[in-house]
Design a protein around this ligand. Structure first.
Ligand code: SF4
Length: 692
């Protein structure tokens, strides 16, 4: 591949960086700096995956960094919780007071303190590094970080042995690509570039997604199955591969475990049975199986790109297991452009213990609090099974009021007068409105970091391009400062951010090369599982998992119906999914004016027939409701929604939505089959016109 060199970039000073956002692409960024100001960010043309282009969202990063509403000094609450009334306070005073409050809670039981964070930055230094050291030293509750990928991650680990799969660049050579549960154009743009290359070279692209997304528009075929039925579809594909003998018997015999058991189960899933569950035609399943089996039988590479949307349902872990098994049936792994990719993160030799220092816990084993059940847990009293009530929450890299499920309970929890809340943030988000202290954090342009990826296999470095704005400090520094105020004397709190970047991969990555070019590609095999070599205990692709059986679970995957399956409730007859709006990234970028202008208002896609039976018209303000609450938004009637399913595009900040609500008012705290993950897309609702 030919790429323009760095010399083709603007001659003003450019600084190599990394996009910090929760996206598989982990782009290498170039920031142009003039007179100390970042004037432009662009994709690094020398980085093969980024190929010189960032997505629309992050190409506005300077707008985010210099946003007039950026928080640039510590703030202390002066009004009631949630009112958003704050006054400036000196750093020393804020840190001293926070340290005093945390020390006094910790004296009773440090587990009453909860850190709450996720992928507001994916950086290994500004994410779970100095923060983890701080909370480990304190003995605070441990957060079970499940909010996005837990079910699918476990599904992969129990099947392939690790969160690994195809190398993304080889999708460009595939002849058939199933894009399963992914709106790649919105959320995996640089994979889409490879898929487009394959398409131009004659590959067939099939999108499997309840929503007719922008990606579905560009594929040859779209299969709009009901949410949470992907496992049934995968089983039925297996049924067809078996009955037509589109199988690689040699691969199955050598490199898989439990084939006879899986075969027996799959044969129970005729296309007719699966079609009734998935809400599609049996003919579509037959045709999909024919494509998948036939391509492989002719030696052509068949690839699957899954993304995490499909695992946000009760049976998400089992569904990922089933889909991840498909390549083994047809021997697709033999080809470097065949197989499956959900995540590549398991390929990175991150020195997690060095960064996070769990040894600081000593003999203590704090309880785990699942971030997906924050609403319930904030409202839970002290008890034998639970331990102490949560008395303090420190939020960084997350906006739980907007993103956690069943948000009415999350709001009630954060509104507790006896809860002490500290929020590290760039902006006054919904969550920050409930803080006792808001501490100003730096953006990616202002600090060091280093990144692994879950979409490719390159380590990407982020150098600071500009000095911190105002009084903002990196997360790492804020936790260093807090550690000092709490009297934590361990030498690890003195490590600088640059040293932490160096420690992240130790000798496994050439740091000099990383400093020079901004990225380093890991040495990984091209056709990873061509000859087995799975990281499971058996070394095989585990159709049957003894490890799951040992946990008392079914060792063999199956279709696990949704907690709230379509067509099971008269009161709430519509299934709702809530994929991200095209120009937002979870709840980030909502307040960036130019992106907000592109999105307009919070929207609900509905099929014309579903709208017609409810006498709703395009542009109506609607009330979307279930027993957990109601959400107000604008109705968009179009064919992006299939019958019986509505798409509530997220995730708006509540205070920017209609009636102060967002889509998570409706989602539930029920968990997935594997990984204890949330079930955002397993949600039944009804829709009516909102009262004027
Ligand atoms: S959000 Fe994704 S596509 Fe956009 S710049 Fe970041 S890594 Fe690249």
């Amino acid at each position: 591949m030919n790429h323009p060199t760095l010399s083709a970039v603007d001659p003003r000073r450019t600084v190599l960086g990394a996009c910090p956002h929760d996206c598989p692409d982990t782009c290498s960024m170039l920031t142009t700096v003039q007179d100390g100001m970042a004037v432009k960010v662009q994709g690094n043309p020398a980085h093969p995956h980024t190929a010189g282009s960032l997505c629309t969202k992050v190409s506005r990063y300077t707008e985010r960094t210099y946003h007039p509403q950026r928080i640039l000094q510590p703030l202390k609450r002066v009004g009631p919780k949630g009112a958003g009334q704050f006054e400036p306070v000196a750093w020393d005073e804020a840190l001293r007071d926070i340290a005093t409050r945390l020390t006094s809670i910790a004296a009773r039981d440090p587990q009453a303190i909860l850190p709450y964070s996720y992928a507001g930055t994916m950086g290994l230094v500004q994410g779970e590094c100095m923060a983890a050291r701080f909370f480990h030293k304190l003995g605070a509750s441990l957060l079970e970080r499940t909010i996005c990928a837990a079910a699918g991650g476990e599904g992969l680990v129990y099947t392939l042995g690790a969160k690994t799969g195809m190398r993304v660049e080889f999708f460009a050579e595939s002849k058939l690509i199933l894009i399963w549960g992914s709106n790649s154009i919105t959320s995996n743009l640089h994979f889409w570039r490879y898929a487009s290359q394959a398409k131009h070279a004659g590959a067939r692209l099939i999108c499997i997604d309840p929503r007719k997304s922008e990606t579905a528009d560009k594929c040859h075929e779209h299969i709009a199955l009901l949410p949470g039925t992907d496992g049934a579809l995968a089983l039925s594909l297996m049924h067809e591969l078996i009955t037509h003998d589109w199988l690689d018997h040699d691969y199955l015999a050598q490199y898989t475990l439990g084939w006879n058991l899986l075969r027996e189960r799959a044969l129970q899933w005729s296309p007719e049975r699966a079609a009734a569950v998935c809400g599609i035609e049996a003919g579509q399943i037959r045709s999909l199986a024919r494509d998948y089996g036939a391509y492989a039988n002719h030696g052509a590479a068949a690839a699957i790109r899954m993304n995490y949307g499909l695992q946000r349902v009760h049976g998400g872990g089992n569904a990922v297991r089933l889909i991840a098994m498909l390549p083994a049936l047809i021997g697709a792994w033999r080809h470097r452009a065949g197989g499956v990719l959900l995540s590549s993160s398991g390929a990175f030799p991150v020195q997690k213990n060095v960064l996070q220092r769990p040894d600081l816990l000593g003999e203590r084993q704090p309880r785990l609090i699942n971030m997906a059940t924050l609403g319930d847990d904030l409202l839970r009293p002290a008890g034998a099974g639970f331990g102490p009530a949560i008395e303090a929450v420190v939020v960084y890299n997350s906006n739980p009021l907007a993103i956690a499920p069943e948000s009415a309970k999350v709001v009630r929890g954060f509104a507790r007068d006896d809860l002490f809340t500290v929020v590290l943030e760039h902006f006054q988000t919904d969550t920050a409105d409930y803080a006792d202290y808001i501490l100003p954090a730096t953006t990616q342009l202002e600090h060091w970091d280093v990144h692994a990826s879950y979409g490719h296999t390159d380590v990407v470095l982020n150098r600071p391009a500009i000095a911190p704005l105002g009084q903002a400090r990196p997360n790492s520094q804020i936790f260093r400062d807090l550690a000092r105020c709490m009297g934590f004397g361990d030498a690890c709190f003195d490590d600088s951010d640059e040293e932490l970047c160096r420690m992240a991969f130790g000798s496994a990555v050439d740091f000099k090369a990383l400093m020079e070019q901004g990225f380093v590609t890991l040495a990984t095999p091209a056709a990873r599982f061509a000859q087995g070599g799975f990281a499971t205990p058996s070394g095989k692709c585990e159709f049957f998992s003894q490890r799951l059986a040992d946990r008392g679970l079914d060792g063999l995957p199956d279709h696990v119906p949704n907690h709230e399956a379509a067509n099971t409730s008269e009161a709430y007859p519509l299934a709702m999914i809530s994929p991200p709006a095209r120009n937002f990234l979870i709840s980030s970028f909502i307040n960036v004016k130019s992106l907000q202008a592109m999105e307009g208002e919070p929207l609900l896609d509905m099929h014309p027939q579903d709208a017609s039976v409810r006498s709703l018209v395009d542009g109506d303000t609607v009330r979307v409701f279930n027993a957990r609450g109601e959400y107000h938004c604008k109705l968009r009637i179009n064919s992006r929604a299939r019958r019986g399913v509505v798409n509530g595009l997220g995730v708006w900040w509540r205070k920017m939505g209609l009636a102060g609500t967002n889509v998570n008012q409706l989602t539930s705290q029920a968990l997935t089959d594997l990984g204890h993950g949330p079930t955002f897309y397993d949600c039944l609702v009804e829709v009516s016109a909102a009262s004027p």
